[in-house]
Design a protein around this ligand. Structure first.
Ligand code: 5RP
Length: 217
């Protein structure tokens, strides 16, 4: 099975967590794109979706699925999204697609975070994948210096502006032993909008695409 086929297996398996007549939280990325394909098969049985990126919004609208502003939604039963890395405690690194802030906001609203990944995303310790940090543009150099003090090597993601008009620093060489503390420490730096650690609020359910099909944990 290819990596994309494993992503597809995870994406389609997440459909069972979608409750009829609700608004569904939808993340961003190639695994989520498979989930959106699956969601389209029951589009007449859901109210619609909230989306974490312009890219996902476009795909949802292309299927005729209504996309709501999060401010008009008081509750979400599920938020389905991918991850760049996930550990055994369901802590994640996200933001490879630069959508981390909107993703974190929607995850905060949702009752259940359903994480869909292929098995290459499972790691014992987070940090091999560079940790994305969304930063207010004028604070970029200051935040980079503070991230060096925390032990990382930040690299400006050239040519990328987030959907919120900010920039991304990708932090290399962080061995993240305590993801909950690291998430808080980075978010405390003035000028940081948020970082890609989803540890304080991790995934409630993980669906892993493997060569044997989708496995849940
Ligand atoms: C986007 C994300 C994605 O969930 C993450 O990058 C995984 O992407 P993919 O499913 O394409 O591997 O956090 O900001």
């Amino acid at each position: 099975m290819t990596q994309d086929e494993m992503k597809k297996a995870a994406g389609w398996a997440a459909l069972e967590y979608v409750q009829e007549d609700t608004i569904v939280g939808v993340g961003t990325g190639s695994t989520v794109n498979h989930f959106i394909d699956a969601l389209a098969t029951m589009k007449d049985r859901i109210q619609g979706a909230v989306s974490s990126s312009e890219a996902s919004t476009e795909k949802l609208l292309g299927y005729g699925i209504e996309v709501f502003d999060l401010n008009s939604v008081s509750e979400l039963s599920v938020y389905v999204d991918g991850a760049d890395e996930i550990n055994e405690h369901n802590h994640m690194i996200k933001g490879g697609g630069a959508a981390l802030t909107r993703e974190k906001i929607i995850a905060a609203v949702a009752d259940q975070f359903i994480c869909i990944v292929d098995n290459t995303k499972e790691v014992p310790i987070l940090g091999e994948f560079p940790l994305p940090v969304e930063v207010i543009p004028m604070a970029r150099s200051y935040v980079a210096r503070q991230l060096v003090k925390l032990g990382g090597d930040p690299v400006y993601r050239e040519g990328v502006t987030t959907d919120n008009g900010n920039v991304i620093l990708d932090v290399y060489n962080m061995k993240i032993i305590d993801p909950v503390k690291m998430e808080k420490d980075i978010n405390a730096i003035v000028g940081v909008v948020t970082n890609g650690l989803f540890a304080d609020r991790g995934a409630n359910q993980v669906i892993i695409g493997t060569p044997e099909g989708a496995q849940k944990r």
